[in-house]
Design a protein around this ligand. Structure first.
Ligand code: UGA
Length: 428
């Protein structure tokens, strides 16, 4: 079976690499020529553990190829996955322009039966629109399906190879059979439903996870007020098998290319349908407010004024093991601190090239120890393991004032305090 994957971002590239790894012949397409030229040489434009190895191996054995040519990509492909970006518009709703332009380009080359699968995160109304576009440009039978992606950046390859579930949203038996066949090597529960339900499952999953994060962050504020420990509360809460431990890690809130955008899109989609999704708006609001809450903690350490203080931000990426800066919590944190007159020093193991494009007037360092010389405070914004392993005694000697503001509850409070640091974390 020949597969074509449109879009070589995180989802598209991982999808293409994983299907080629499973033994299928896959063509990855992107309209970005320089990206495709790099990929043809096995060079990745994103940082994702394990992905380069998979791409290189499958390029070498000719199961994976890349092109910018729709004719070449669509030719003989029975399954065509659309994995292009769905950016947010100003009002929070999703912008379908890339999904629609990719669909049109595919349809123009389609002269055989194929299943067009939307993997991009889109609201249910998209399926009909995609069908209409294909019908307008192709003279052949086709099916449109939705198989949402649940992979996480930083562990994308592993998530794609060992998915928690495969949701097949489809209205045709023929398309369902093909999709079951192509996923059959993945040991995961299958759920067949309509494309609309599949798409809403994806939004519901991300909205639920975002809700858990905002919930635990709100509980952390209560913990601070009464001197309780949110880590203990989260652990105790998660021991209830109906609740579970995951996504109850308090911190600066959620970022990335998915949770913020998808919650906004769901709120906007609900509004269009005449439903005020106020509940989810509050989830988003708690996430926004978390930065101000953290800054109020920083202020308290310096008797209110931050003007002229040097703060060293360790971690810029939206989470560890990625270079992705999209909606990273470090961005509003740094911008707000700068407005208060703080001088920002920063270090991230891999995200600095991307961060430099976004953050201005920041002094970037190639080493965390250098970034802490003369600093008035260490701020953890992303919980990289590298920061957990730092020599804190060495750091204390280098800093002007031994303050740690731990926005990800990375450290063990008693250990840090024993070393003589003033330690501020979230909810403990
Ligand atoms: C998320 C989902 O976890 C994936 O299942 C989904 O496929 C993906 O979005 C998507 O829609 O494409 P991702 O954005 O890669 O994946 O990152 P997560 O690991 O979910 O983390 C998102 C944010 O939440 C990060 O900023 C992280 O720091 C934060 N987070 C996560 C917390 O603050 N607390 C937690 O307990 C967990």
């Amino acid at each position: 079976m020949k597969i074509c994957v449109i879009g070589t971002g995180y989802v598209g590239l991982v999808t293409a690499a994983v299907f080629s790894h499973l033994g299928y012949k896959v063509t990855g397409l992107d309209i970005d020529k320089s990206k495709i030229n790099q990929l043809k040489k096995g060079k990745l434009t994103i940082y994702e553990p394990g992905l380069k190895e998979l791409v290189t191996k499958n390029l070498a054995n000719n199961r994976l190829s890349f092109t910018t040519d729709y004719k070449q990509a669509v030719k003989d492909s029975q399954l065509i996955f659309i994995c292009v970006g769905t950016p947010a518009k100003k009002d929070g709703s999703y912008d379908p322009k890339f999904v629609f332009s990719a669909t049109k380009a595919v349809a123009k080359q389609l002269n055989h039966y194929a299943v067009i699968i939307i993997k991009s995160t889109v609201p249910p109304s998209t399926t009909e629109a995609v069908k209409d576009i294909i019908q307008a440009h192709a003279q052949t039978k086709f099916d449109v399906a939705s198989v949402p992606e649940f992979l996480r950046e930083g562990s994308a390859v592993n998530d794609a190879l060992h998915p928690s579930r495969v949701i097949i949203g489809v209205n045709s038996n023929k398309a369902e059979a093909l999709l079951r066949q192509v996923h059959k090597k993945l040991k995961a529960p299958f759920l067949t439903t309509t494309p609309q339900s599949a798409q809403l499952t994806k939004y519901a999953s991300n909205a639920m996870l975002a809700t858990r994060i905002s919930f635990i962050n709100a509980m952390a504020i209560l913990c601070d007020k009464v001197g309780a420990d949110i880590q203990a509360v989260a652990q105790g809460l998660g021991l209830d098998p109906r609740i579970g431990q995951s996504f109850l890690q308090p911190g600066l809130g959620y970022g990335g290319s998915c949770f913020p955008k998808d919650t906004w899109a769901l709120i906007a989609f609900a509004k269009k349908l005449g439903y005020d999704f106020d509940f989810l708006k509050q989830v988003d609001q708690v996430n926004t407010d978390q930065i101000d809450y953290f800054i109020s903690k920083i202020k308290s350490a310096y008797s209110g004024s931050l003007k002229g203080k040097i703060l060293t931000i360790l971690g810029l990426a939206f989470k560890p093991n990625t270079d992705d800066m999209r909606e990273a919590r470090s961005i509003p944190l740094i911008k707000k601190l700068q407005k208060l007159g703080v001088i920002i020093y920063a270090y991230d193991p891999v995200a600095m090239p991307n961060a430099k494009k976004i953050l201005k007037n920041v002094k970037f360092f190639t080493d965390p120890y250098l970034a802490l010389i003369n600093s008035d405070g260490l701020v953890i914004a992303t919980e990289w393991q590298e920061f957990k392993d730092l020599n804190l005694k060495k750091i204390k000697r280098a800093m002007k004032a031994p303050n740690i503001f731990d926005g990800r509850n990375l450290y063990h409070p008693p250990t840090i305090k024993k070393l003589g640091f003033k330690y501020f974390a979230i909810g403990c």
